[in-house]
Ligand binder design. Structure first.
Ligand SMILES: [Zn+2]
Length: 142
């Protein structure tokens, strides 16, 4: 089995059978941010509490990334002809909208408002062979 690592420390809980992304909730107005922030962007309060966001939500909008983005911010180092296209979108969670990869086949059928759930997917490989994992959302079956 290949070694694996999360793309960024503190972005999501892993390993877990039911991964969740990690955000922060404002102690004053309860506004939730993702990723975690020390100060509230809504009311300016500087006290927030770590919180795990809901695992399920609905698809708000999405697009398909069919060409290799520039590195950085894209961290993949594969040759351009090995680039795997992927979906990317916004998921409406009870706490707010977050940007995420869409897991699964790029040409899978998606529709706005469909139920989605969080998963963790490999999306790049380090020079030493370590698989880099990130969070993504996939349609809930059935
Ligand atoms: Zn606030």
């Amino acid at each position: 089995m290949k070694p694996q690592r999360c793309v960024a420390e503190g972005l999501f809980e892993w390993p877990s059978d039911e991964p969740t992304v990690s955000g922060s909730r404002c102690d004053s107005c309860s506004f939730v941010t993702f990723p975690t922030q020390d100060a509230c962007p809504r009311c300016g309060a500087d006290a927030t509490t770590p919180t795990q966001l809901a695992r399920t939500g609905t698809l708000w909008t999405w697009t398909r990334q069919r060409f290799q983005p520039k590195n950085p911010p894209y961290i993949g180092t594969e040759p351009a002809n090995e680039f795997q296209p992927y979906g990317v979108g916004f998921i409406e969670l009870p706490e707010g909208r977050i940007e995420a990869r869409i897991a699964g086949d790029i040409d899978q059928e998606l529709r706005i408002g469909m139920p989605m759930e969080l998963t963790v997917v490999p999306f790049a490989t380090d020079a030493d062979g370590t698989e880099v994992l990130t969070y993504a959302f996939r349609p809930i079956e059935g």
